[in-house]
Design a protein around this ligand. Structure first.
Ligand SMILES: [Zn+2]
Length: 351
């Protein structure tokens, strides 16, 4: 994130920080040690005397960084610190996400800087900020902030965890237990267009047609990836902590999955799951995979499982008479399975 304002004090601080780091590097290299305590004992006073403007907390950050560089080189070569860069830890920087500014230790004392928060970073604003890296480049000051997301597993009361069940199908790419779905019409229409064009180019068969064909399949791949990104983003924004999805393990389900993917013109459910998983983890949510057997035959109301419960697109329970769209019923089952899986996972991780 770019820092806004007068960055001269930051540049001055970065130069001093580089000197302090090099001092520790030189000592460590001469004495073949990357032990922090030893480096500190040997260089701290000297550094404070030679570079009195640099705050003592930043002297320590510089020494820690020197220790890591020495360790990486196993003290065989003398690392030189060239870049103007400062590593900040939780004592030397503070990030005020809502007010959009940071406070940093500098040679001129503690200073505040306004920052531009990129849109994609906004999802991390609930995290715990552990450290940051300041980089001076081309007269600009950039700050990378590392943050740790709160862990869903540490949520004590599992009953309060909201679980969204997700089923997949052909008419709807995904159906969610909150009654929402993503229709596949747009995807299928686009796939149809791509297939039509591909067939046409294939029948021409000239070199230029082959080139166009190659370009087209690249475009098609990017198109489905984009569709999956959009779906995953939409799902992650929903107010749920956990997403329950079908596991793709069993071979019979893999075969079913391949059939479904093919019907959607080579669209990949696995890719959607990968995207959903990493996007969820980035915001401290998680994805649990459940065994999808019987999810379409089981009544999400009373639990009665019977092959005859399902008739095409409709689900009607033979025992309790509960009626619902079949995909939605399956999504609710997946959600319920997800919750039991979560309870199982948390009890095994505690014992
Ligand atoms: Zn029932």
């Amino acid at each position: 994130m770019k820092l806004i304002g007068d960055i001269d004090p930051l540049i001055k601080t970065a130069i001093l920080y580089r000197q302090a780091c090099q001092l520790a590097l030189n000592y460590g290299f001469r004495n073949k040690t990357y032990n922090r305590k030893k480096l500190n004992a040997a260089t701290y006073r000297l550094t404070r005397e030679q570079i009195p403007q640099l705050p003592s907390s930043l002297v320590q950050c510089a020494r820690d960084q020197a220790a890591e560089l020495l360790k990486r080189e196993r003290c065989r070569t003398l690392p030189t610190k060239k870049r103007l860069q400062i590593r900040y830890d939780k004592r030397t920087f503070k990030f005020y996400a809502e007010q959009q500014y940071v406070s940093l230790s500098t040679a001129a004392g503690r200073l505040n800087f306004k920052i531009n928060i990129y849109d994609y970073c906004k999802q991390y604003q609930t995290g715990i900020y552990t450290n940051a890296q300041l980089i001076i480049k081309n007269g600009k000051a950039l700050l990378n902030i590392q943050c740790r997301m709160p862990d869903v597993q540490s949520v004590v009361n599992l009953d309060s965890v909201r679980v969204l069940g997700i089923d997949r199908g052909i008419m709807n790419i995904v159906t969610c237990s909150d009654n929402s779905f993503v229709n596949s019409r747009r995807l299928r229409a686009a796939k149809g267009r791509y297939q039509y064009l591909k067939a046409k180019l294939q029948s021409i068969g000239t070199a230029s047609a082959k080139r166009k064909l190659k370009k087209l399949s690249g475009a098609e791949r990017r198109f489905t990836l984009d569709v999956n990104h959009v779906i995953a983003k939409k799902l992650v924004r929903k107010p749920y902590e956990v997403y329950a999805v079908e596991a793709l393990r069993a071979s019979s389900w893999k075969a079913r999955g391949r059939r479904l993917n093919r019907m959607l013109g080579g669209w990949s459910y696995g890719e959607l799951l990968t995207l959903l998983t990493y996007k969820s983890e980035n915001v401290g949510k998680r994805v649990v995979r459940v065994n999808p057997s019987y999810t379409s035959q089981r009544c999400s109301m009373c639990g009665h499982t019977d092959r005859g419960n399902r008739k095409g697109l409709e689900f009607k329970c033979k025992r309790c008479g509960f009626e619902l769209n079949a995909d939605l019923n399956a999504a609710r089952n997946i959600g319920q399975l997800g919750r039991s899986e979560l309870i199982r996972l948390s009890s095994t991780s505690q014992s």
